[in-house]
Write a protein that binds this ligand. Structure first.
Ligand SMILES: Cc1ncc(COP(=O)(O)O)c(C=O)c1O
Length: 341
């Protein structure tokens, strides 16, 4: 099977499976799991933050960060195409009493600093909620896996700190951004009070995400994690895969980017496909198929064990560990034969 549905479908590497089978474990709720402790230290060190916390998912990482930075009745500023706003089931509102104030993500994923400044509330006026936090997504998923560089990130951290707000980065795929920009990841998260990143996407771990920040933030996030049911006891089995991922799965993300670009170039030469090749910066490829061909194409892809077709006009194919350059050739051949036929 060639599975383009998401980079979350990745299976652990042989080295990860080996590490999982030999993992040193303990009860992480007591702080006793040596593998979790090593992974958290390693992650904090890599991102240049004081401490880190292992959480069940990217959604949990974002949620504990929002809850740690906010009080009930506060408002957070997020992109209108951000994962936090669109795909996390309104958790900040439902569980934290925190409202979302959205600002526009442009087509390239960017947010206008002016819009963020205008969204910050004057909480001395009793009519207004208090703004607690600004969140930025890097890479920006729904706008095509777009990369945000350190200069741009700094604009938003400066705005946040000048206005006494916290700055959070949803860095589910921030290692993709660092590899693409060829920068030390520390620079990309320098001004962030908290960062979440996923082990379970391009880094190919079976489960887990990390949040990083200072000690006070991590203490608070740990408490929220417990409240959300995220204290996972002998989670060292999962952390051992995370350690392998941080050691050996980061640099290979460039292969996923190369495969995504190859796919984009191939798609751009096919009839009835609309794609902006220049928008493909990392491992996510968005494109549109003319309506009349969509069903025939979906059937052909399914028959060839290629997953990723959608019944919506806009399709997203994600490249990841497990998808080879030859899989891109096979996929393009199948699509070409339908669209030229
Ligand atoms: C940008 C972004 N943030 C957060 C998440 C949530 O991660 P999880 O699926 O592990 O909850 C995703 C998942 O796709 C994502 O793309």
């Amino acid at each position: 099977m060639i599975d383009f549905r998401s980079d979350t479908v990745t299976h652990p590497s042989p080295q990860m499976r080996e590490a999982i089978s030999k993992a040193q474990i303990g009860d992480d709720v007591f702080g006793d799991d040596p593998s979790i402790n090593s992974l958290e230290e390693m992650a904090a060190d890599k991102l240049g933050k004081e401490r880190a916390l292992f959480v069940a998912s990217g959604t949990m990482g974002n949620l504990v960060s929002i809850l740690a930075h906010s009080n009930r009745g506060d408002e957070i500023i997020v992109g209108n195409k951000s994962h936090i706003f669109k795909y996390e089931a309104g958790g900040a509102s439902a569980l934290g009493g925190v409202a979302y104030h959205t600002v526009e993500n442009k087509d390239d994923g960017k947010i206008c600093p002016e819009d963020v400044l205008n969204a910050i509330r004057d909480s001395s006026d009793n009519h207004n909620p208090k703004t607690s936090m600004i969140a930025l997504e890097n890479t920006q998923n729904m706008c095509g896996g777009r990369v945000i560089d350190e200069a741009e990130s700094k604009i938003f951290s400066d705005i946040a700190h000048e206005n006494d707000l916290k700055f959070h980065i949803d860095g589910a795929r921030i290692f993709n951004a660092a590899v693409k920009l060829d920068v030390d990841i520390k620079n990309l998260v320098d001004g962030a009070d908290s960062v979440s990143f996923c082990l379970s996407k391009g880094l190919a771990c079976p489960v887990g995400s990390i949040v990083c920040g200072d000690s006070e933030f991590i203490e608070s996030a740990r408490k929220w994690r417990k409240m959300l049911g995220g204290g996972m006891r002998q989670a060292g089995f999962l952390a051992s895969a995370g350690i392998v991922a941080l050691d050996s799965m980061v640099n290979r993300l460039s292969e996923d980017h190369d495969n995504a670009y190859k796919l984009a170039i191939g798609l751009s030469s096919l009839p009835h496909v609309n794609i902006d090749v220049d928008a493909v910066e990392t491992n996510l490829v968005f494109f549109e198929i003319d309506f009349e061909y969509r069903e025939i194409l979906t059937n052909a892809l399914n028959e060839n064990n290629i997953k990723g077709a959608s019944n919506k006009p806009r399709w997203r194919f994600a490249t990841h560990y497990g998808i080879e350059s030859s899989d891109i050739d096979i996929t393009l051949d199948v699509m070409s034969s339908v669209l030229h036929g």
